[in-house]
Design a binder for this molecule. Structure first.
Ligand code: SF4
Length: 552
């Protein structure tokens, strides 16, 4: 439980609360802060003010915590006029216009009044007015700190304390206009909630459709990676020819993946952790070893996850949705991949068997039955995959069933590596959303792999890994000698093979795809995060969005 002395309410939090209760909860309780362009613009603006103020020497940045009120804050500027202190707040947007009158927005007025409370307690003097400068329309609003405004502000402080003691997130605001300008819309996904609540609602896309930063894969025997100022530098083994870019500014990096014997400096590990940039390690054989993610998430989100996923009914509901989503996608892929030519009898029988098992799955009332149907469909699916490969494909590239640990043929070696990359992507998305990857609902914890990651991967194996893999084999993209290391026991990818697989995977992540339910396009990369957010919504605020996407 958060206590007032340990964790006073931030005045900025009151500003968010007046805007939207859910925004306040996401920011102040769940600690979700997204620095979008508007936030950066605001920060730069405040930096400019600070510089100006120092130049003219009339401003003190004032920071104070009131134990009595359980409130803390930092005033932009404090100026003395006729012996009275006046708090100034600077806003990058416009003032509120009523007719010809220019006024402060309620959230800004409450923020300035809360600052006044802090100054009064610190100085022992009454503050009678505050001023708010709106940059966009260049308006300075003088704000009289009336009794009514003071009461409203005290009420808001109390409301803030009440709301943050809740485990459950407040609902999406009814005023959809607020969401368009809200920096947390990509996390909150309010339009997606509304689309479920209102029939024929056309959801606006507030979720960022593309990845904004790069994933850096580092391969190569004895390659080193270290910190160089605010960038990472890749230093290749002296024997290798240096190709491509070797320096990446840290603000352009989303995550770093180290393959095989690449080494990383301790200084860079610390720096990346501080910057909240995940690092992942893959073995020489292409298996995922582990990752370092410093975004731990908040207890509220994990408490809700544990509560939900220990409830048998919820586990069953999610398992069924997941299994149907996965198997329908597998069936649709087989239908799509075989529609141009006359289907072979074996293909028609396989499709028929998949359909029958899917129908039984939708009627199943227990997890064991679902597992059984899902296993049968998966077996049929993997048996039919070789029939999707062209007759010109060399025999060496055909899969001989599904072999995992270790892969025993070239096709399975590529597939296993692509699945490992997918594991990393799903793991990272789960951490970004603040869930515990070790607590899932379908897979049982029997290996070192995290069950929730394995659960969510089921939705993406076909569209992100299998489809591009079949495509690359049919395009003859693989060199059966140079791209593989083959022994009697196993087959794995050589360095050139790994590089090809990484390129196929990353290209696929950047492919856009129209979400058949939401009706807007986004990349597969973003789709993974969106499904994790939909899953979290199942038990946090809006059930019904998870696992609805299907291959067309
Ligand atoms: S997106 Fe809308 S509902 Fe969600 S926090 Fe922002 S304003 Fe509130």
């Amino acid at each position: 439980m958060i206590t007032e002395t340990d964790n006073p309410v931030r005045v900025m939090g009151l500003h968010s609360l007046t805007y939207c209760e859910r925004l306040y909860y996401l920011e102040e309780v769940e600690n979700i802060l997204i620095a979008d362009e508007r936030v950066y613009a605001g920060r730069n603006f405040h930096e400019e003010i600070r510089v100006d103020n120092q130049d003219i020497g009339r401003v003190e940045t004032f920071e104070y915590t009131s134990e009595k009120l359980g409130l803390t804050g930092k005033v932009d500027r404090l100026q003395k006029r006729d012996g009275i202190w006046i708090p100034y707040e600077h806003k990058i947007g416009r003032s509120k216009t009523i007719g010809k009158e220019k006024e402060a927005w309620e959230s800004d007025a409450i923020q300035v009044t809360a600052y006044a409370f802090l100054i009064e307690e610190a100085s022992g003097r009454i503050i009678e007015e505050g001023r708010i400068k709106y940059r966009r329309d260049n308006v300075l609003v003088k704000l009289e700190l009336t009794d009514q405004l003071r009461q409203k502000t005290l009420g808001t402080i109390e409301r803030a304390k009440r709301i943050r003691a809740e485990v459950h997130r407040p609902p999406v605001t009814e005023n959809a206009n607020l969401c368009v300008r809200c920096s947390l819309a990509p996390v909150c996904l309010p339009e997606e909630n509304r689309s479920l609540e209102m029939e024929d609602y056309e959801a606006a896309r507030l979720f960022v459709p593309h990845r904004e930063k790069e994933t850096i894969h580092i391969t190569g025997y004895k390659t080193r990676v270290s910190k160089k100022g605010e960038a990472i530098e890749i230093i290749k083994n002296d024997d290798e020819v240096k190709t491509g870019k070797t320096k990446f500014p840290v603000n352009e990096i989303e995550s770093i993946i180290l393959h095989g014997s690449v080494s990383i400096s301790a200084q860079l590990i610390a720096f990346l952790s501080w910057q909240k940039i995940p690092i992942h390690w893959f073995s020489m054989g292409g298996s995922y070893i582990g990752g370092l993610n410093s975004n731990a998430g908040t207890p509220q989100r994990k408490i809700r996850q544990y509560e939900a996923l220990t409830d048998g009914k919820i586990r069953f509901y999610l398992t069924k949705k997941l299994a149907i989503g996965k198997c329908e996608t597998q069936l649709r892929y087989i239908l799509r991949a075989t529609r141009k030519k006359e289907r072979a009898i074996s293909q028609m029988e396989a499709i028929d068997a998949m359909r029958q098992n899917l129908k039984k799955m939708t009627e199943a009332d227990n997890v064991d039955a679902i597992r059984g149907y899902e296993g049968t469909i998966a077996r049929i699916y993997h048996q039919i995959i070789p029939t999707l490969l062209l007759s010109e494909v060399p025999n060496h590239m055909f899969p001989n069933g599904r072999t995992k640990r270790p892969p025993k043929d070239r096709y399975n070696a590529i597939q296993s590596f692509l699945y490992s990359l997918l594991y990393k992507s799903v793991f990272q998305a789960i951490i970004a959303v603040g869930l515990d990857p070790d607590f899932g609902f379908y897979h049982t914890p029997r290996s070192s792999a995290s069950p929730l990651v394995l659960d969510l991967m089921e939705l993406f194996r076909t569209p992100i890994c299998d489809i591009p893999l079949v495509g690359s084999v049919n395009r003859m993209s693989w060199d059966i000698k140079d791209d593989f290391e083959v022994t009697n026991e196993k087959v794995w990818l050589s360095e050139s093979g790994r590089k090809k697989a990484i390129a196929i995977y990353e290209t696929r992540l950047n492919d856009t795809w129209k979400h058949p339910v939401m009706g807007y396009s986004l990349t597969y990369y973003r789709m993974i995060e969106m499904e994790v957010r939909f899953l979290e919504k199942e038990w946090s605020d809006q059930a019904g969005l998870f696992a609805r996407a299907r291959l067309r």
